[in-house]
Design a binder for this molecule. Structure first.
Ligand code: 9UX
Length: 71
């Protein structure tokens, strides 16, 4: 089964920022990601156990944005 993970984002100033985050997340093999600008969140779906959530947080941070796992 799949895991659904929500990341809380920060540092998005325009819609293109959201598109950039979506692109870097979707570049990770097996990840389907969608950014919601209004809620400043990203919803990710991937196979259970394929990633540690912190790895995907690091991907967003590496692109220059803030991210944390929604509890
Ligand atoms: Mo627009 Mo977002 O220049 O970094 S893409 S603010």
């Amino acid at each position: 089964p799949d895991t659904v993970l929500t990341l809380v984002l920060s540092g998005m100033s325009c819609a293109a920022c959201g598109q950039r985050i979506e692109k870097v997340l979707n570049r990770q093999p097996g990840v389907q990601a969608s950014v919601n600008m209004a809620s400043e969140t990203a919803q990710l779906r991937f196979a259970c156990g394929l990633y540690n959530p912190e790895q995907l947080v690091a991907v967003v941070q590496g692109a220059g944005f803030g991210a944390s796992v929604l509890d």
